[in-house]
Design a protein around this ligand. Sequence first.
Ligand SMILES: [Zn+2]
Length: 367
Amino acid sequence: MSTTATRPAPTTTADEVSALDAWLSATDVMRDGAAPEVRAAFLRDAVAHHVAHNPAYARYADGLDPATIDVDTLDRIPLLPSGVFKRAADLVRTGDEPVVQTTSSGTQGTVSRVPRDDATLMRFFASVTAATHELLDVEHAETVVHNVGPRVDESQHLWISYVMSGVSVLHETDFYVRDGAVETERLVAALAADDPSVPSLVVGPPPLLWDLAHALRSHPLPAHPRRFAVTIGGWKGRQGQAVARDALHDALVPSLGLHGVGAVRDAFNMVELNTIALECAHHAKHCPPWLYVSARDPRTLAPVEPGESGLLAYCDPTPTSFPGFVLSEDFGWVDRDVACPCGVTGDVLRIERRVNRLESRGCAMKI
Ligand SMILES: [Zn+2]
């Protein structure tokens, strides 16, 4: 981009956009944290952007003046129930930049469609970069990634493929799912050939990493002090076989030659969320400082008391092509300003469980 004397001064919006991008890619953004006022200011600007460029969201916000959003009023940001992304995907589109429709997995009628433009995708990848760099402490240039998933171009814009690829963007990566099947032999051979002095990430959904652990049970891999296993997503079609995290940790550590349970990490994301929350070595899911998560009473949507469980609501200033203010279908907690032994201070997210059908009937999240 060239700058000349005749070029008009950037609008306030463009200034704010670049300020947010600079923050997302700042060194040690997770560790430095930020004043809550900084997060509130970016969220206020994001609300203003979506109210100005998304008529349906503006109607939904019902006369809310974005200028009234500050550090004390974040809970007034109008939240889109995640079901809207299934039923009325047209209504969530902000602006007119070209987008890809990223999708959740699911059967017809239950698939969420989230429009992402380039700026939104780049910011998502910036969130992954910040988390992997600071919480896994791996330098991008030298890391090898074994992605137990398909390439994005083979996955019909399935969002989990973007999420798993996000971890791979700047790394040497190989993909081990072709035509829906894991190439276990090729994966095991590649893992066995890893250089123990080079960081190695094994990334995949929990059921596929569980299968890998079992495939290696009788011939575990040699110890690798710099290998991590990162789980992304849930058990989906294999929910009936889901195992507790401790059992998964106990299976993965010996089979992959990991240095301990701290080397197994879960990364939380959902298709409507443009940021990941990655676990540190202490299995705390750290919210990056730009993301405001709160737990809400499912009937009134009022914030619950600190430490109580509620429906999780996410306010994410990073997406430009859809409002990143989403009421999820997950129950959980947010612990505020936790000084974690890993060195990060900030909000820690704990996901408890999915809302059940009965609860969803009595729930205020329907619009
Ligand atoms: Zn931590």
